[in-house]
Design a protein around this ligand. Structure first.
Ligand SMILES: C[S@@+](CC[C@H](N)C(=O)[O-])C[C@H]1O[C@@H](n2cnc3c(N)ncnc32)[C@H](O)[C@@H]1O
Length: 211
């Protein structure tokens, strides 16, 4: 099947399965490949509208799990009982307001594209860094992160930013990403106990008897 027909298939499948957007299959593939979401987990979903990822995460974590979803705009789907949704700007949230800690932090945040590729990429990079910072402060040790970024000059910087906080970093381009799109997903696994580059703890006091 050609890539274009494959893309149409995702749109039809989303409508059939009751998801507001085909983007659900990007998360579904990432989840399948890295075993991300499990029953009972607590998930933060940044850039959640129209709501496909939220709905998928809500189903995967089940009634014992929780999803906190944020977006500048309202969701286009019913909000399941295990989901709390807030209309807000992720860049203005404090750690206290988000609660947590979260097992998984997701970010599908994307800027409104202006048509200038390098500017769009830079704004996507900034949103990605916002999401990494939030994950650094709210993800559990051992937790995971998935973030979207438009591939561009800052890509390596984005990957390095994630490596500071997660033991393993993977780059994934799910099949449901449109052929012409330059979006990629950076996946961080195993939130570090101490982020790389953080000030080390005080060295042990030298033993006065030791020469
Ligand atoms: C590609 S859509 C997300 C699709 C969603 N994951 C789904 O599956 O339905 C990107 C979203 O990021 C949101 N967004 C962009 N900047 C944001 C910000 N600063 N805070 C919160 N959401 C933001 C946009 O409003 C938009 O709804």
């Amino acid at each position: 099947m050609s890539r274009r027909r494959e893309q149409d298939r995702f749109g039809k499948q989303a409508r059939r399965e009751g998801f507001p957007a085909r983007s659900v299959y990007k998360l579904e593939e990432i989840d399948r490949r890295v075993q991300l979401l499990k029953p009972g987990m607590k998930v933060l979903d940044l850039g959640a509208a129209p709501g496909s990822w939220t709905l998928y995460a809500s189903q995967k974590v089940g009634p014992r799990g929780r999803v906190l979803a944020l977006d500048l705009h309202a969701l286009h789907s019913e909000i399941p009982p295990n989901v709390e949704f807030r209309v807000c700007d992720a860049r203005e949230q404090t750690v206290e307001s988000l609660g947590g800690p979260f097992d998984v932090v997701l970010s599908d945040m994307a800027p409104k594209t202006m048509g200038t590729r390098s500017a769009d990429q830079y704004r996507s990079f900034e949103l990605f860094l916002t999401a990494v910072e939030i994950a650094a402060r709210t993800a559990k040790v051992g937790g995971a992160f998935v973030g979207k970024i438009f591939q561009g000059a800052e890509f390596e910087q984005a990957r390095e930013a994630l490596r500071k906080h997660f033991v393993k970093v993977r780059v994934l381009k799910p099949e449901a990403v449109r052929e012409e799109s330059y979006e990629l997903f950076l996946v961080g696994l195993g939130r570090r106990e101490v982020s790389l580059g953080d000030a080390p703890t005080a060295p042990p006091t030298p033993d006065p008897d030791e020469t």
